[in-house]
Design a protein around this ligand. Structure first.
Ligand SMILES: [Fe+2]
Length: 241
């Protein structure tokens, strides 16, 4: 029998390896959401120590750290890569107490986010321009969606190539972790446009309009990485492309 994470991976590949506009795609996306809803911290082998320690601290004894003159700045976020190919990337973000993932976009991508530990506040925006090239303007008009608080017992959240595509994730009342399924992955190119780059934004309000302006990478946000230690999986999948 397949593990929960293997079921998610197989369904993600089924969903995102073909056309995004067919009826089958939307049916498959619903199935993926249902499968992702089964995930919890145990199904990805989450090392709960990462909720307090970053990867460096996990790999070095605290005694060694405290006796050293080396000043270690704890990474606020750890990323655990589970799987990535040209169709989909799956990973786990672990956010320590007070951490946030600043406002960022997922250009022309789908995303399924399932909280597996703690709670997060999700603030999403829908850019009013559909044309990717216009998103390079200094000020982007956007619709600010109502913030939502999402926990382990809540359904996965879905972001679309335009709708809710720009978001910020904040921890609420302690550390949190979520599984993030993204398609196509950031590492792929946008056809006829070029690199699919994750950009950071800040909200500026001009009169009554909500505008987002592109900013440099926030200095208080960075992540380290830790290896996946969950159930092993084998993928025997024939791409439809
Ligand atoms: Fe995101």
């Amino acid at each position: 029998m397949s593990s929960k994470i293997e079921c998610v991976l197989k369904q993600a590949l089924t969903t995102f390896s073909g056309s995004y506009t067919s009826k089958a795609f939307h049916d498959n996306l619903i199935k993926l959401k249902r499968n992702a809803n089964e995930l919890d911290a145990y199904s990805v082998g989450l090392d709960f120590r990462l909720l307090r320690w970053d990867a460096y601290e996990l790999n070095n004894s605290l005694d060694k750290l405290s006796g050293s003159t080396f000043i270690h700045h704890q990474a606020p976020v750890t990323y655990i890569g589970v799987f990535e190919d040209q169709h989909v990337s799956i990973g786990v973000f672990v956010l320590r107490n007070g951490a946030k993932i600043p406002l960022h976009d997922h250009p022309y991508m789908y995303g399924v986010l399932k909280v597996i530990y703690g709670k997060v506040k999700l603030q999403s925006y829908t850019p009013k321009q559909n044309d990717y090239s216009k998103l390079n303007d200094n000020n982007i008009s956007a619709i600010k969606l109502a913030p939502i608080i999402v926990g382990e017992t809540d359904d996965p959240c879905v972001l679309c190539p335009i709708e809710g595509n720009i978001h910020q994730v904040d921890t609420i009342d302690g550390p949190a972790a979520f599984v993030d399924i993204l398609a196509p992955p950031y590492k792929t190119d946008i056809p006829k446009v070029g690199k699919r780059i994750c950009r950071y934004f800040k909200e500026v309000n001009i009169s009554k309009d909500t505008k987002l302006t592109i900013t440099s990478h926030p200095i208080d946000y960075w992540s380290d990485t830790s290896p996946y230690t969950g159930p092993p999986f084998t993928i025997c999948f024939e791409s439809k492309t």
